[in-house]
Ligand binder design. Structure first.
Ligand code: H79
Length: 473
């Protein structure tokens, strides 16, 4: 019901937007047919969305609702992109990593040779999970299968997997899950719906076509059966799973994904598992969280986060440490610790989690640069985590100078960029009683004006990353 209601409001808003947008255009060029076509097209696409792509009538289980709260409290997780592609290390091209098969048009018969070399003898799950804990992260999301189609676990429905086809021969997912359980870290599985390897992913989508060597025929339904069988394995053989992180629907929008079946299957096997999909659209029924790729909620610097609408579901933003998801040898464009902490803070200010990525190397080690960054972030969180973990978005929306968070009646302003000593923060929901610096609890001067509050922050109190001010009202 809630979903339907939200969706109707959203559809209404979109239609009004489309209508207004087009009315303005009409005045200019009198192409009134465009408007009608656009709206009809939109209504048809919504009807399709409603009937095909949804787990209609989905009611999250109690456990699922609890996990959503846990998820929102957790705030910070590690994204891991690991697959055969790590061995190509981007091939010297800064912009490619896990996309190398498609970008360099490597046929399956040749790409499969990579299985013969995959032998990450230095992979030590205990080290990975300890690092995650030290970084202040509460969960991990790892690629169980990326677009290349290779499973990083022991799949019975395809031998194109790490156990059957590599000299390493051990189940990566199993080892990591056991260690996560030991150290109290939740594990989510990324799963690519798009597949450049499976012959039945046909008719092909926007990618993976022409070069792979697959016959120009296939049975789409068989592919969906296969995908659901792989998901069932992931949700049956590895204990309690945090959730499933889908990616790749955008490759083939018009395909009958049978999402209702897939989402129902997941929720039946593990009612507590959170389902999310990186389709860059407003969440469909059956999804438990909404995600943003390399953009804060509502922003669209990447060009594909068009649906700016933010749902009431828990939110998550994912980001790379350099510009690559998978290991890339040439990409030294690392974001600074300051930049990443500030993004974490801004995410928190939107009530969103921050899922920060690393692409492990072929030997199983995490890039030392990434370890250093994570350790520095963990140090900051040791000191200031109280203002991040367990919080929800605060009264002041993230803006260029900062963000706000709140928890248990406490409200924190995070000032990330400074102009003058006096900072105008706008209006608060109630009259401000006091404002103190989080660091030393000393009070600061403020003035309440008609338009809102002005805080006085002396230079001596300014911190390079985040100056935290606790508000009481
Ligand atoms: O798993 C990661 C990406 O592989 C996947 N989603 C994240 C979490 C993703 N798929 N598509 N995209 C992200 C956006 C599309 C990027 C592309 Fe490109 C631009 C594809 C082709 C041009 C980046 C640059 C990848 C290859 C070149």
């Amino acid at each position: 019901m809630i979903f339907k209601h939200q969706k109707m409001i959203f559809i209404g808003a979109r239609l009004i937007y489309l209508y207004q947008h087009n009315t303005a255009q009409q005045k200019l060029n009198h192409k009134s047919m465009n408007c009608k076509k656009l709206i009809t097209g939109f209504i048809i696409s919504i009807l399709l969305t409603g009937s095909i792509m949804a787990q209609t009538g989905y009611q999250p289980a109690e456990k699922n609702l609890q996990n959503r709260e846990w998820f929102q409290d957790a705030k910070f997780g590690l994204f891991i992109h690991w697959g055969l592609y790590c061995q190509m290390a981007g091939g010297g091209d800064q912009g490619i990593a896990e996309w190398i098969m498609n970008q360099k048009k490597i046929p399956i018969a040749q790409y499969e040779k990579l299985t013969n070399f995959f032998n990450p003898t230095s992979f030590n799950p205990a080290e990975w999970v300890s690092m995650v804990k030290k970084a202040g992260m509460k969960y991990i999301t790892i690629t169980s299968k990326h677009h290349e189609g290779f499973a990083m676990y022991d799949s019975k429905v395809s031998d194109y997997n790490v156990v059957k086809r590599t000299p390493y021969g051990k189940d990566i997912i199993k080892q990591l899950k056991d260690e996560c359980d030991k150290q109290g870290i939740k594990l989510f599985f990324y799963y690519s719906q798009l597949d450049w390897h499976h012959p039945d992913y046909f008719p092909r989508g926007n990618t993976g076509q022409g070069f792979t060597g697959r016959p120009e025929k296939g049975d789409w339904n068989k592919y969906i059966d296969y995908m659901n069988a792989q998901l069932a394995e992931l949700l049956t053989n590895y204990g309690e799973v945090g959730g499933i992180w889908f990616d790749g629907m955008w490759d083939k929008w018009d395909a009958p994904w049978r999402l209702d079946e897939t989402y129902s299957l997941i929720h039946k096997l593990q009612p507590g598992a959170l389902v999310g999909s990186n389709h860059h659209k407003f969440p469909f029924p059956g999804e438990d969280f909404q995600m943003y790729e390399r953009d804060l909620p509502g922003e669209n610097s990447m060009g594909f986060n068009h649906m700016g609408a933010i749902s009431d579901l828990p939110l998550e933003m994912c980001e790379t440490m350099n510009g690559s998801w998978g290991f890339n040898l040439a990409d030294n464009n690392y974001k600074s610790v300051k930049q990443l902490i500030q993004t974490l803070i801004k995410s928190s200010g939107y009530g969103a989690n921050f899922l920060l990525n690393t692409g492990p190397m072929p030997n199983g080690k995490i890039q030392p640069e990434n370890v250093d960054t994570l350790m520095a972030m963990g140090k900051w969180l040791d000191k200031y985590g109280e203002t991040i973990y367990g919080t929800r978005k605060g009264p002041i929306k993230p803006t260029n100078w900062g963000a706000s968070t709140q928890k248990d009646g406490k409200v924190w302003l995070h000032v990330l960029n400074f102009g003058e000593e006096n900072l105008f923060i706008g209006k608060l929901p109630a009259k401000l009683k006091s404002a103190r610096f989080f660091d030393d609890q000393s009070t600061l001067k403020f003035k309440e004006t008609e338009l809102g509050i002005i805080l006085n922050i002396p230079d001596s109190k300014k911190k390079p990353i985040d100056t935290i001010i606790q508000l009481e009202y």
